[in-house]
Write a protein that binds this ligand. Sequence first.
Ligand code: XMP
Length: 517
Amino acid sequence: MNDKILIIDFGSQVTQLIARRVRENGVYSEIHPYNKVDMEFIKNFNPKGIILSGGPSSVTEENSPRAPQEIFSYGLPILGICYGQQTTMTQTGGKVESGHEREFGRAFIEVVDDCELFKGFWNKGDKYQVWMSHGDRVVKIPDNFKIVATSEGAPFAAIANEKDKIYGVQFHPEVAHTPDGEKLIKNFCIDICKCDGSWNMGQFKEIKIKEIREQVGNGKVICGLSGGVDSSVVAALLHEAIGDQLVCVFVDHGMMRSGEAEQVEKVFRDQFKINLISKNSEKLFLDALDGETDPETKRKIIGKLFIDVFDAEAKKVEGAEFLAQGTLYPDVIESVSFCGGPSVTIKSHHNVGGLPERMKLKLVEPLRELFKDEVRALGYELGLPKKIVARHPFPGPGLAVRVPGQPLTKERLDILRKADAIYLEEIEKAGLYDKIWQAFAVLLPVRTVGVMGDSRSYDYALSLRAVTSTDGMTADFYPFDMAFLSKVSNRIINEVKGINRVNYDITSKPPGTIEWE
Ligand code: XMP
């Protein structure tokens, strides 16, 4: 088993980034909430070091979160970040105070002493940029600690007890705005914790294949294939592990993009030789959606029908015992909630979460430990084409949420499909596809007057959308140049009958969402 780092989460918005930075150094890491971690857990998990995350609480408040007290004398290296530093101080004899000015955003620290954490990139006497986000700050450290960096807002910006290998930083090394943060995390994991840094996707693949074989035995596994990255990687991995014991089911609800269904069949049936049931249910879905324009109702109709169709197809696979799903690590991490109460539903996302109970199948979830970029790396490792591995996200209800405010008909979907394909083709040609998180066209529920040749036209307007994002939670529109937009607009209006006007959507998220519905 690989060397591991345990990340104890105190509820910071950026805890996941710590895990990613650790893993980028070839060290496996897991995040666990502070209130679920005790010494028994730590001994079983057997990490080579512990990182304490930031968090929204103040250690000066009664009943604020703490790390298990024993970790400070257990002998493992510890790195406390922001709140993690403050609780380390509170629990080892230092002192933290609130009420100072908040320090938020870019700041500069001055390195005042040598430290293992900084070895090779930060030198004594020099100043470096970091990212801070804190109200409280450490005001006194125990005798066995020394100050190794200071900043204007945080006199104890970095502290170290090199004998016991306990470190604390007030700034956030895990975010990109601390340009040398990655190196600091690397020094902690590799030099200080002595992790061997050998975790990689090739090795992960071999371990998972063995685990899948053990879990499944001679059983049959069904896998819902959507053509998206996650389900494609699950299918390719399972196929490598258990060959013909895997049956994939692809339900074409008629709201896929141009050529998508054909591509799934070509890659998985023809190239990978995977048993694939491909069910074209376009008519069934369009009939069920007939006349419907409400976004949530459309989503619910599609979600429910999808499960019905999938279930019916899967039942034809005799003796199936398992269902494979592309659940990823961000869906699994238990979050530390401080606000309580349910959050507002903006959109009911369609996925196949309800399937396992209904189908009485046991779950196979080989991607549960991976972040999205790791899933992509695994996809390449499995020989999947870039077209699938690097593709933009596509929502479960497909083009249905890109024809807002008007009933879905095959004619409208076909118009949208053609325009969308031209837009994506031009993005690919311009070499912009990988710079964009998601790009697509939306068919607007309005006809406008135009003049084409000497005739009057009265056709649909179309909106183009392209956003940059790192996680889909926030997004900004992509700043295409005008020549590019003009070319796309000309091509669409000339080549797609039914569209005579093209707009570009410049809304960020928030306040907009990425999809229009
Ligand atoms: P919004 O529109 O909420 O979308 O800003 C954020 C991301 O989620 C995708 N999306 C979905 N994905 N099922 C999915 O699997 C859905 O029902 C769904 N709705 C939106 C959207 O494309 C974007 O990447």
